[in-house]
Design a protein around this ligand. Structure first.
Ligand code: ADP
Ligand code: MG
Length: 405
């Protein structure tokens, strides 16, 4: 795979596919609440502009709704706040095109001087960007490729998507991987090739069906799996425990039993909660108490791990040399139910070794709970992409960057 130093970018229009999909919220829908992904895109952007490239940035934001371009563009979200933030970080304005790959995009591309950067509108305004139909994607990919002479893929968080701007455009232009993609892959390689041991994986989050595939493949790699949060109740239920009204994916119980049996055969330790915080409902102020995991009341819903579980998880992390963590272990968005996630974050922050946090909500949690980014060796910008890589799956966007030209 080529890197950006292999491309002659001076004086040429470079289409830079970045991941600028930041959370918007706060008091308005145009306030960026976490600009990590924008900052993570800056090394590649500045490397290209400093070498005289004319950088045309392509990115998606949120999930525009509507059947056609006009409806999506009218409903937003526009990349306007992202263009403004990019300009602040770059130290000069980054103009935003009024469309994605139409006349205004072409005008923007033509107006860029050496070392300039401009941004195309939200690529998901184009319905074909995410189409499963190869012909539909090829049409929009052709229009994007026509804007530029070179392509740089740096949107790590989107590499697992078979989307036009990620998968189809690199086949049409000489291309290279950007620095963020290089850096994220370097960490993932360290997790998969010969990790320092013990290698401990902490998995939480809402849905086990999302993460069972990665668990199955991690049984070949990790020494210990700590399972908490919304996915742990299906494991507890698979062992015959009552989980009350907690999150449960009953149709996954069979798969979870297979995972437990396979872990036993391979000698991989599975650490499950021993006590749970049970609430009367899903609310920030719900009344709650601690219950043993094998005596959970049928009318309660668990929103967090109990104190003995927090100690157990921390103890099973203490000797780790490599840690991968994906998924909060409680509903950390409610302060009353953030203790489990805080305990996991603290224990991981005390590990001297390669500690990797993957997943948008996990990254948001460590920040919300007051941990500096420097408390971890690496906070990934891509949860889904990291998980699919660790599963051993081929990431379409990565395959496209690795292929010829
Ligand atoms: P990530 O984005 O880091 O990959 P996920 O999207 O898989 O993580 O899961 C994050 C969500 O899981 C959070 O919104 C959190 O509230 C929820 N969650 C964690 N633990 C629980 C729990 N015990 N019960 C219900 N939801 C939970
Ligand atoms: Mg998430």
């Amino acid at each position: 795979m080529k890197s950006i130093t292999d491309l002659e970018v001076g004086g040429r229009v470079v289409l830079l596919r970045a991941d600028l999909n930041v959370p918007l919220g706060g008091t308005s829908t145009t306030t960026i609440t976490d600009d990590r992904r924008i900052r993570a895109s800056m090394p590649t952007l500045t490397a290209l502009t400093e070498r005289g490239g004319r950088v045309l940035i392509c990115a998606h934001l949120g999930r525009p709704k509507g059947d056609d371009y006009a409806a999506r563009a009218a409903g937003g979200p526009s990349l306007r706040p992202v263009a403004d933030r990019l300009g602040e970080l770059l130290g000069r304005p980054v103009p935003l095109a009024g469309d994605v790959a139409g006349p205004q995009a072409a005008r923007l591309a033509g107006s860029l001087g050496d070392g300039d950067a401009g941004l195309l509108e939200n690529v998901r305004f184009e319905p074909a960007e995410t189409s499963k139909d190869d012909g539909q994607r090829a049409e929009v990919a052709g229009r994007l490729a026509a804007l530029a002479e070179l392509y740089v893929g740096d949107g790590f968080g989107a590499l697992h998507r078979k989307h036009a701007s990620v998968y189809d455009v690199p086949a049409l232009l000489p291309h290279a991987a950007g620095r963020l993609v290089d850096a994220e892959l370097a960490v993932l390689r360290r997790l998969t090739e010969n990790p320092d041991r013990p290698y401990v994986v902490v998995l939480g989050g809402a849905k086990p069906s999302d993460k069972l595939a990665v668990i199955a493949s991690l049984l070949n790699k990790a020494d210990r799996l700590i399972i908490g949060g919304g996915m742990s109740y299906t494991f507890l239920a698979a062992q015959g425990n009552e989980v009350g009204r907690s999150l449960l994916e009953a149709d996954q119980i069979g798969n979870v039993r297979n995972v437990l049996a396979e872990a036993g055969r391979r000698g991989v330790e599975i650490v499950l909660p021993v006590d749970l915080v049970g609430a009367t409902g899903f609310a920030a102020d719900a009344e709650h108490a601690v219950y043993p995991a094998d005596a959970f009341p049928a009318d309660r819903e668990s929103l967090d791990m109990g104190p003995r579980t927090r100690e157990l998880f921390a103890a099973r992390l203490a000797d780790a040399k490599t840690v991968f963590w994906n998924g909060p272990v409680g509903v950390f968005e409610f302060p009353a139910f953030a203790a489990g996630t805080r305990a996991v974050a603290r224990a991981i922050s005390e590990v001297a070794g390669l500690t990797v946090v993957g997943g948008g909500d996990s990254a948001a949690a460590v920040r919300q709970l007051g941990f500096p980014d420097s408390a971890f060796a690496h906070i990934s910008t891509g949860g889904g992409a990291s998980l699919e890589y660790l599963e051993g799956r081929t990431l379409p966007g990565l395959a496209a960057l690795e292929a010829g030209r």
